[in-house]
Design a protein around this ligand. Structure first.
Ligand SMILES: C[S@@+](CC[C@H](N)C(=O)[O-])C[C@H]1O[C@@H](n2cnc3c(N)ncnc32)[C@H](O)[C@@H]1O
Length: 218
């Protein structure tokens, strides 16, 4: 069942996502949206597209959801929707809906699934996408800042070679073709209007990987 974050409340069901989506040119999903700032900003800028922010932590989305539910002149964005769900357990209503999926600076199980190409996370991504949808990933960690998490989750050492040689193959098995991959600067990162892109982007220099792909489906 859909768990919609509407303002400070969580509503179970009560929204026909597919019908809502049919009124827009494209559906753009931000998986692991955090506070949902990105979804809100993009929704305000692109009123013809529907933006769906999804995160396991519902409370974090309440501030931007509260802004989104206002009337447009007061800063509202009826094309911004927030859903509380784990990426490994997306609601059936999301099936085949997305034209584009972003995963921006994930942590926890989402980060682990993205870098290890786990079936649960990639299956969730592929399931939520329409065939031919775009995928865009940003991720970073290092022994300097995330030693504990790297050890706990047995995260691999990141490099463009790791993405090219290992992730690309794992993703291909799930019907996702990874293409462009690059390391971006802090300055480039903070152009993305998410809470963490700005926080990390204005902090110490980090190696942030930016990967684009196409979700073809199996
Ligand atoms: C560092 S924050 C980034 C948030 C946002 N994308 C940004 O750039 O500001 C990572 C987010 O991933 C979410 N997350 C971690 N594992 C998840 C999972 N399995 N499914 C959905 N969200 C998850 C966390 O709740 C958290 O909000």
């Amino acid at each position: 069942m859909l768990r919609i974050v509407r303002g400070k409340k969580i509503e179970n069901g009560g929204l026909d996502l597919r019908e809502l989506a049919s009124g827009y040119s494209s559906v753009i999903v931000d998986l692991g949206t955090g506070d949902g700032r990105f979804v809100y900003k993009m929704a305000r800028e692109q009123p013809r597209n529907l933006f769906i922010g999804i995160d396991a932590a519902a409370e974090n989305m309440m501030e931007y959801s509260s802004r989104a539910v206002k009337k447009p002149p007061k800063g509202g964005a009826s094309n911004a929707v927030y859903i509380s769900a784990g990426a490994e357990d997306l609601p059936a209503e999301m099936s085949g809906l997305a034209d584009k999926i972003y995963v921006i600076l994930p942590w926890g199980s989402l980060l682990e699934g993205i870098v290890k190409g786990s079936g649960e996370i990639l299956g969730g991504i592929a399931g939520a996408a329409r065939p031919g949808a775009a995928l865009e990933l940003f991720f970073t960690y290092s022994h300097l800042h995330e030693e504990g998490e790297i050890g706990r989750r047995e995260l691999p050492a990141l490099s463009l070679e790791y993405i090219e040689n290992t992730m690309t193959l794992l993703y291909r098995e799930k019907g996702i073709l990874l293409g462009e991959k690059e390391i971006i600067t802090n300055e480039e990162l903070r152009r993305y209007e998410t809470h963490w892109a700005r926080k990390l982007g204005f902090g110490k220099n980090r190696t942030v990987f930016h990967v684009k792909g196409i979700i073809e489906g199996l």
